[in-house]
Ligand binder design. Structure first.
Ligand SMILES: [Zn+2]
Length: 218
């Protein structure tokens, strides 16, 4: 069984106390007892001279150096692993994850609207905070209320569309005031005449499973 650093230092303490060990050993003991109360106390208890074989001193010194070297490698590797895990988690939760814009927190009642122009083109208009969305996630709803993700979804009987605004984690957690008032973006959705079955457009808050009507066929 190998000895730990304290045990190895303890082997050297009598030599150190008598000032008969090598300069290298002396330095190693001095360094260790500066941080280790146990070994320092042990040294303070020593007063009696002991005769030691210098060959033993060198062998102990080699074992201490090896032990310290291994400890440094293990601690370094552990720190590297912990740092990598922390960065991965940070990246995932702060920067790579998407968050749904909350209808109330982001003032979406005021900041998103669906409007149609004289050609029957239907537009999604986003203002202010709603412009922070990096992704507009669309979905469709059939006459039975199923969406694209339901297995019974009837793609030949789509009666409504819904949209969910997503922000990147960095934006969701960061300062909302980055986007000042007055910004407006328009996005073409579809032509009303090309999709005569679409009756309603909703904002869909998929976190709380709430739908808000943005547009109804007039
Ligand atoms: Zn110690």
């Amino acid at each position: 069984m190998s000895k730990n650093t304290c045990e190895l230092i303890n082997d050297l303490l009598p030599l150190y106390a008598d000032n008969v060990c090598s300069e290298e050993s002396k330095a190693a003991v001095a360094e260790h007892i500066a941080d280790c109360d146990k070994c320092r106390t042990q040294l303070e208890k020593m007063g009696r001279p002991i005769s030691v074989d210098p060959a033993e001193d060198i062998a102990v010194m080699k074992r201490i150096k090896k032990r310290i070297h291994i400890e440094k490698i293990v601690i370094g590797a552990l720190i590297a692993v912990v740092v990598m895990i922390a960065l991965f988690v940070l990246n995932f939760f702060l920067f790579a994850a998407d968050f749904t814009m909350d209808y109330y927190d982001c003032n979406l009642a005021k900041n998103i609207a669906v409007e149609e122009d004289e050609n029957g083109d239907v537009w999604l208009i986003r203002k202010n905070e709603a412009c922070e969305a990096w992704h507009m996630f669309p979905n469709m709803i059939d006459a039975n209320g199923n969406t694209l993700f339901d297995k019974d979804f009837d793609k030949n009987n789509i009666v409504a569309q819904c949209y969910t605004l997503k922000v990147r984690g960095s934006t969701a957690i960061g300062n909302r005031s980055v986007v000042m008032g007055g910004i407006e973006e328009q996005e073409f959705l579809f032509n009303k005449n090309d999709k005569p079955n679409i009756e309603t457009i909703y904002y869909y808050d998929d976190t709380n499973d709430e739908m808000y009507v943005l547009w109804e066929r007039g």
